[in-house]
Design a protein around this ligand. Sequence first.
Ligand SMILES: C[S@@+](CC[C@H](N)C(=O)[O-])C[C@H]1O[C@@H](n2cnc3c(N)ncnc32)[C@H](O)[C@@H]1O
Length: 285
Amino acid sequence: MISTFVSCYAMSGSSCLRWKMAAPIQRGTDHHKTFGAKAYLALYYATPEGTDEEGELLTPYLKEFHEIFNSGRLKPGSRLLDVGSGPTIHQLISASRFCTEIVCAEYTENNRAEIEKWVKKDPDMHDWTPFFKFVADLEGDSSSWEARQSHLRDAIKEVITCDVTKPEPFAPRQYQEFDVVTTTLCLEAACPDRESYSAPVRNITRLLKPGGTFVLAGVTNQTFYTVGGYKFFTLPIDSSFMREVFEKAGYVDINIKSFPATNPENNTISDIDGFVVLHASKAEI
Ligand SMILES: C[S@@+](CC[C@H](N)C(=O)[O-])C[C@H]1O[C@@H](n2cnc3c(N)ncnc32)[C@H](O)[C@@H]1O
């Protein structure tokens, strides 16, 4: 694998791309070698409108996160755990208004490094400015975006390693229960089959306060997405499966909104048929 990978660099751009597209679908530990943080950000997170290929999917998802957190469910001073953050922070913007402590948990070192770069204002960081401006507009105060950026930088206290397929996903770290947990596009990328999807939900739930909120954004019926020319595995699931998993994990007030893909016939970068935003409360004991 390594020698083939190295020789890929020696090929011209188009033959290298052909080799990557023909490579086996990437999954599990492959993420450490082939999930290109920069390529992922450039393709999927250049603007809040998302990609031309997938159609406008990101905007409704950002609006839904705004609605969820604008509803007064979080008290100022809340603590948030984000699971499978990837190299992204857009999923935290709406909630961060109410948070003084955010822990980002992510599987690969390269992705964690991208978040660290943004927190430290490294010159090589991804530019999330358009996302802050978009959310500030939704909140009705377009002048607040810079203050929101500084606040989120201060609120991100740790970027830690995690593996949701393990019984203790955040080991060796130990935490008191959080007020809110978020996870976006992670579980269907990390879990190889439907049986293994429920365990991380239960394991993450242990770190949520009774009455706390779980917010999940997920893709539906997708089998792959593309990063830097490689195809990555996605577990195809739908909203009724997600509802069942969250009911069994002890959640109440499960609310799921579905957003169908707007451009499936021209989409060459994934086979997404839509996405969902789920929010639910952990039952009080
Ligand atoms: C499609 S990306 C989503 C990233 C980001 N949350 C977003 O919304 O764009 C899938 C993420 O799942 C992470 N991942 C893959 N396997 C994992 C595992 N076993 N445990 C935790 N995260 C994992 C990958 O490293 C990657 O960051």
